[in-house]
Design a protein around this ligand. Structure first.
Ligand SMILES: CC(C)(COP(=O)(O)OP(=O)(O)OC[C@H]1O[C@@H](n2cnc3c(N)ncnc32)[C@H](O)[C@@H]1OP(=O)(O)O)[C@@H](O)C(=O)NCCC(=O)NCCS
Length: 148
């Protein structure tokens, strides 16, 4: 059984696990914020989510394994896998798509991805995301609910 644990319900161990992934070189190199995040600012961010209705963050757990993190920030998705796991992208992306379209009823889901991030681009394309726009470094991709 797979579950989405909302960041505001994480226990202490889970908070530290998520922070260790977010500060892992293999994850942070693909994020807009590349500096290490301190525990204090991580906790402050989690606290801020309680009153911020535009952002939803989840830790995805399957049985006793933690697979990764998914989030929705307005209509932009975010995703990162547990750096010690391979090929969990499909499960994670499926769950954020379901959250966006089924729970939040969004008509459109967007992803912003560095052009060098081939694993992420391949993953989004497998699920039908289309490139809508690009600049020197970034692809803007979109998935329409009705065209899936
Ligand atoms: C983006 C991310 C979630 C993708 O996860 P993933 O699809 O499971 O892919 P992995 O990185 O584990 O890829 C392993 C390889 O297996 C391939 N693969 C994964 N699932 C597959 C499937 N179901 N069928 C065929 N190939 C698959 C991938 O394309 C990848 O191939 P490559 O090595 O030729 O690039 C993961 O790489 C990640 O967390 N990256 C860091 C954070 C990040 O970049 N987030 C996205 C920001 S926009």
């Amino acid at each position: 059984m797979c579950e989405n644990i909302n960041f505001i319900d994480l226990n202490e161990k889970e908070i530290e696990l998520v922070l260790s992934w977010r500060n892992d070189e293999r994850i942070k190199k693909w994020m807009h914020t590349r500096e290490d995040i301190s525990l204090a600012s991580h906790l402050k961010f989690i606290e801020s989510l309680k009153s911020d209705t535009s952002k939803d963050y989840f830790l995805v757990k399957k049985e006793d394994e933690y697979l990764g993190v998914i989030d929705l920030n307005r209509d932009f998705l975010g995703i990162y896998a547990n750096p010690d796991k391979k090929r969990v992208g499909d499960v994670l992306l499926e769950r954020i798509i379901a959250f966006a379209f089924r729970d939040k009823k969004l008509p459109l889901l967007k992803a912003e991805v560095y052009k060098e991030n081939l694993s992420a681009i391949k993953l989004y394309k497998r699920f039908g995301f289309k490139v809508k726009d690009e600049d020197e470094n970034i692809l803007n991709m979109e998935l329409e609910n009705e065209n899936r």
